[in-house]
Design a binder for this molecule. Sequence first.
Ligand code: FES
Length: 94
Amino acid sequence: MSGRIRLDGERKRVEFTFEGERVSAWAGDSIAMALWAHGREVLRRSSRLGTPRGVLCNMGICYECLVTVDGVSVRSCTTLVEDGMTVCRGGVRG
Ligand code: FES
């Protein structure tokens, strides 16, 4: 099932790590929203000034929310959480 909202009432919890810290989230949530729910709003630092960056558009356009998942740079607002994934701050704009 690819939809984010399930009407049968079942919601599964998943766990992943962010900067080495365990985070629990609902399956179907984006990484960005799962982290936001845990108060983790800074997802990377700007390359020039080192200023904090996080979710801006929340729809995959701005690339401000880049994180690294298991070594791959992804937009956290369009990538769903998966059990056991390793998420780190930052990412490389492609
Ligand atoms: S917040 Fe804009 S691409 Fe993710």
